[in-house]
Design a binder for this molecule. Structure first.
Ligand code: GLV
Ligand code: MN
Ligand code: MN
Ligand code: MN
Length: 393
């Protein structure tokens, strides 16, 4: 069932998946999931941010046992980041219901609206909203559309579908997120499962370097205030600083914009993003203090923080339970620290949370080449089903 579902929810397009939050592809998929949930007899809720909750009621009252991930992708993303946790979670729940019928505790599948931060300068907006933390800053996408406008246009029609509830469900007793590893370690170690011990601290910024737009042919080199020249020197310096820092630091300049971006005009402004992560907040702060110092030393440069997330240790108790289940199922596993951000790090601030990884072929992710074999995907679903069984039946 999982392979068929993934094919239905992904597009066959060499440029990859482009389900940026609230766009048409995102909306079509959340609607598809709502319909599927209704066919399976779930109670369906769509909250005001567009996260979809499918509740399979238990025979006893009490908090739900939840699983899921996010529906959005990065631009030109892959077929599994986020979606595997949603559809794999649904398959695990359906397998359990087919085999054991009704659970004792409610099983909940969650498809968070947004995790990637790829459309608006904010990430994890879906899981944060579930925890009662709505966005308070006005946010605009590259086309100048506000988060509020996009949200209302996409979410109102979903909430208006028949038999859809709109009140955010109570927080669950536990949350388990199934996800692809997005790196090479499980493949290299020939392991089927990654048991995630924690998730990196992460900070993102926009660096704006100012200059003076001017004529490319008439302005002597010594009289230029070239924003690209300044920005490229700063970028090289930051790469050097990052390389000399903590061994576990990652530093990425992923997007660069030049204004006016014309062949024969010296750039008046150059903006670039910084994404930096490390295993602990303290280690990351060592780097960001150096970043702050570089910027403070240059009046032509401004730094705008766009995301700050603390490092997270996930539930040790749930990891231990999953470790024993992996042993019972004969699945080779390894404990891993995640370098990617996940809804789990938000959920864990309120709910005992754990993550299960499956291998990523060639260790690639956030690109159309992202791939995991059907056999490897199925092993993750099997372990998730065993874990949900232990908790909810
Ligand atoms: C999102 O997946 C991230 O870790 O950047
Ligand atoms: Mn993800
Ligand atoms: Mn991602
Ligand atoms: Mn992520």
């Amino acid at each position: 069932m999982l392979t068929e579902l993934l094919a239905q929810f992904n597009v066959a397009d060499k440029s990859g998946q482009n389900r940026l939050v609230y766009n048409a592809a995102w909306q079509a998929n959340q609607q598809r999931l709502i319909q599927l949930g209704q066919e399976f007899g779930a109670k369906v809720t769509v909250d005001d941010y567009g996260s979809v909750y499918l509740d399979f009621p238990g025979s006893q009252p009490g908090l739900a046992v939840a699983t899921g991930s996010h529906m959005d992708t990065v631009q030109h993303g892959g077929q599994y980041d986020g979606l595997y946790g949603v559809l794999g979670g649904l398959c695990a729940i359906e397998q359990l219901r087919q085999t054991y019928d009704r659970p004792r505790k409610t099983l909940r599948l969650i498809a968070f609206s947004e995790e990637e931060g790829s459309r608006f300068p904010a990430a994890f907006t879906g899981s944060k909203f579930y925890l009662g933390q709505p966005q308070t800053q006005p946010l605009l996408d590259d086309a100048g559309i506000s988060f509020e406008t996009a949200r209302q246009q996409a979410v109102t029609p979903l909430q208006a579908l028949p038999q859809v509830h709109t009140k955010r469900p109570a927080l669950p007793a536990t949350f388990t997120e199934l996800h692809i590893e997005q790196g090479p370690r499980l493949k290299l170690a020939h392991k089927a499962i990654g048991l995630v011990t924690g998730i990196v601290a992460q900070r993102r910024y926009v660096v704006t370097v100012h200059g003076q737009a001017n004529h490319a042919g008439t302005t002597p080199m010594i009289h230029r205030q070239d924003a690209v020249q300044r920005a490229s020197a700063l970028m090289t310096h930051l790469y050097d600083v990052a390389q000399q820092g903590s061994a576990s630091l990652t530093f990425t300049i992923g997007a660069i914009t030049v204004h006016p971006n014309v062949d024969n005009v010296i750039a008046g402004e150059c903006r670039f993003t910084v994404d930096c992560r490390d295993e602990t907040d303290a280690k990351l702060t060592q780097f960001t203090q150096q970043l702050d110092a570089c910027v403070a030393a240059d009046p032509q440069v401004t730094l705008t923080p766009t995301l700050t997330v603390s490092a997270t240790r996930l539930s040790h108790a749930l990891l231990r339970q999953n470790e024993l289940l992996a042993q019972e199922l004969g699945l080779p596993y390894e404990q891993l620290f995640s370098g990617a951000g996940h809804d789990s790090q938000i959920m864990y601030t309120a709910v005992p949370t754990t993550m299960l990884f499956v291998p990523s072929d060639n260790g690639v992710s956030h690109c159309p080449e992202e791939h995991t074999s059907a056999a490897d995907l199925a092993k993750g679903v099997a372990l998730l089903a065993a874990s949900l069984y232990q908790q909810a039946y």
